[in-house]
Design a protein around this ligand. Structure first.
Ligand code: FAD
Length: 440
């Protein structure tokens, strides 16, 4: 038996671990085009601000991969021939394509940042943050730059802003709308983030869009906005969304939508061919829709389920309530379940899908409290909490995650939660403690 996995990210490595937990003898090959191998993409932002050394990005050491008895092929998988169970690879530093036969194949090649299509996007100084190579590129650019512009409305854009701040670059942040991340955060939350950015000297340009990136000798010199204004800068960060890498799926004519469509066993439409992680589109029992997650933990779980099924188990993936701990302008922020509506390519996996549930529940109401740094927002449904956002103090994150993800009936405290001036914290902690007693 030969297992082949394309991609050494969260999904690919979790699949390899799952396969080895059931089958220690068969051949297991990972094909990966990134010479850095397996590392934490969420950690890249912390690496760029100098809070994490590069070596802390690598969760595995060589001995961990040796233990899994993995054979590595460093190269780009270019196409799949499902009837012949063959994967074609352009091995790094070789010109010809090599074919590799498989018995079971997992596509775990992730998603990539949507590139800018603004004229001038090919100039040196235009950057994104997808990989460790991108992070190194940003480090190099900031060595010479004095001013930078960042475009995009979600978490990654903010990470780019913070990376530039940490590297003493004067930052201009372009927002298409009139506030930050308006389809996930409410106005108070957006303003908290914006206020903190402004304190760091960031100039926020509201209702602004790029018209042109201007350059000299192949390097960024300025950006021109649609209103005609010009911002002088040496670098431009673009974080306008991510999209699943679909080239391999297309080459194999797999049934696809936004991502590769998989069933609950992570099987694609072709025999012995699985997909997991950011490239896969999975069924969401809450929204009853097929959705693409772009989060680390779901990618690992999907990879685990795919790996177990590849190794002969019968295992299903159940999409959990989304849970993301992030940092917005140095403020630790946990986003659980449904906290907003609308569409934002950069927050797929956070509110997409779940937001429809919220709209279908006409009696769901937003109850809110908080002040500048410690802020909680709860989405209260008829009998359940549908979502929560916790900024600052994280004491309530775990209890809320438990209450929301296990769909605990909150009828007994609902009216108290919604009463004017309700003390959210005390109510949630008391309720959670009571649950602990009941279930112990
Ligand atoms: C800057 C940044 C910040 C993030 N922050 C968070 C966060 O705070 N919380 C969170 O939950 N998630 C976060 N994410 C998302 C998270 O990292 C992804 O959801 C997760 O990495 C997806 O895992 P994956 O295995 O599907 O894909 P990836 O981790 O992207 O791995 C894909 C692998 O496939 C390889 N590959 C691609 N194409 C080919 C090919 N043709 N041939 C061979 N190899 C190929 C790539 O080199 C890579 O090794 C962040 C992502 C980024 C980029």
């Amino acid at each position: 038996m030969r297992y082949v996995i394309v991609g050494a990210g969260a999904a690919g490595v979790a699949a390899a671990e799952a396969i080895r937990s059931r089958d220690n003898l068969s051949e297991l090959i990972i094909v990966c085009e990134d010479t850095h191998g397996y590392y934490s993409r969420p950690g890249l932002a912390y690496f760029l601000t100098g809070e994490l050394p590069e070596k802390a990005l690598f969760p595995f050491q060589k001995r961990d991969f040796d233990r899994l008895k993995i054979k590595w092929v460093i190269g780009k998988a270019v196409r799949i021939d499902p009837p012949n169970h063959a994967l074609y690879i352009r091995v790094t530093n070789q010109t010809n394509e090599t074919s590799l036969k498989y018995d079971k194949l997992l596509i775990a090649n992730g998603a990539s940042a949507v590139p800018s299509d603004t004229p001038g996007s090919n100039l040196e100084g235009v950057f994104k943050l997808d990989s460790l190579t991108d992070a190194h590129n940003i480090q190099n650019l900031t060595r010479k730059a004095k001013a930078g512009v960042v475009v995009g409305g979600g978490i990654t854009a903010l990470e780019l802003v913070e990376a530039l701040i940490a590297r003493k670059i004067k930052v201009h942040y372009l927002l298409r709308g009139d506030r930050y991340w308006n389809n996930v955060l409410d106005e108070a939350e957006s303003r908290i983030v914006e206020h903190r950015l402004k304190e760091h000297g960031v100039v926020i340009h509201y209702k602004s869009e790029l018209a042109e990136i201007q350059g000299k000798k192949g390097k960024v010199e300025a950006v021109k906005l649609k209103d005609g204004s010009i911002i002088r800068c040496e670098m431009l960060g673009v974080a306008i969304g991510v999209k699943p890498r679909m080239e391999l799926a297309k080459s194999a004519s797999l049934t696809s939508d936004r991502g590769i469509l998989v069933n609950e066993r992570m099987e694609t439409s072709a025999a012995d061919l699985y997909a997991a992680g950011d490239c896969a589109q999975v069924f969401d029992p809450i929204s009853k829709k097929s959705v693409v997650d772009s989060l680390w933990q779901p990618a690992r779980e999907q990879g685990r389920v795919a790996g177990l099924n590849m190794a002969g188990e019968s295992c299903i993936y159940v999409k959990a309530i989304s849970f993301n701990v992030t940092r917005l302008a140095e403020l630790t922020t946990t986003i659980i379940g449904n906290v907003g509506g609308g569409k934002d390519e950069d927050m797929v996996g956070i509110a997409r899908g779940d937001s429809e549930t919220w709209r279908q529940l006409p009696d769901a109401i937003t109850a809110q409290t908080g002040f500048e740094v410690n802020h909680i927002r709860l989405m209260v449904g008829d009998r359940f909490l549908l979502g929560a956002i916790i900024m600052g103090d994280q004491t309530l994150s775990f209890p809320l995650e438990q209450i929301i993800s296990h769909r605990v009936d909150i009828s007994s405290i609902r009216d108290q939660l919604l009463a004017p001036g309700a003390k959210f914290g005390d109510l949630i902690i008391d309720f959670y403690n009571q649950l602990q007693v009941e279930y112990s």
